[in-house]
Design a protein. Sequence first.
Length: 287
Amino acid sequence: MITEITSLANPKIKQIVKLRQRSHRDDAGVMLTEGYREIRRALDHGYRPEALFYCEKLWLKHENEPAVVRECERLGARLYACTEQVFAKIAYRERPDGLLATGPLVTKRLADLDLPADALVLVCESIEKPGNLGTMLRSADASGVAAVIVCDPCTDIHNPNVVRASTGTLFTLPVAVASASETLAWLKAHNFAIMAATPHAEKLYFEQNLTGRVALCLGSEQYGLTAEFMNRADLRVRIPMLGTADSLNVSAAATILLSEVVRQRILSGQITPPAAEAWHGEATHDH
């Protein structure tokens, strides 16, 4: 059954607007996921939306979107067809593509993580900017990270801009939220080598063996990792800086370090890189 919404004063629309605020998301246990790519990835990885709001006039291709609507309906989601004006009210993108889903929060507890023997884990401590956290999730997904642990978060992992910057990879890998002390105790108990990224380390990042069970840890944009992490790290590494800047954006640093882990694991035979994708004439990585 499809419910049509034409009024900006509709209670459902007011409820969606409130979910932009973390307190309302936490109280309701509900998050927002906007965009075809993000919702498609969520569905492909077992996520079950509770409701789908859509506007056909805003769809970009009209080829893929109907399948998303049908699948959400099959999974039991309530469907709401919105006018352009109504959808613009609930959208947080400058150029919405006419799809927005609501559904349960996705983070896990540390106790829920079941990881392989040679697992690579990304630990993000007190990351402040949603765009950085989302980009780190995207890089983690590309690098085959077994899990991401978000410590003492300054930004909510379910922030719509985190979901957007992650391009939906928030749904493709386990994400746990915990305190720094809980995370360190869990990593030690599960025999992870804790690698701290800091510009003050003596060793360069490619001088360490990163082929075993490794937890790559990065800290806040302004202050880096806390002393609690630095004091308990097994490895400390830095990225060489040859210009006038003394540090990189934390998401850029994460991508560089994760790429080195992947490089070492490919060379050691621990993992096999997938075959190259066929090129269809598009010069962008954002398909």
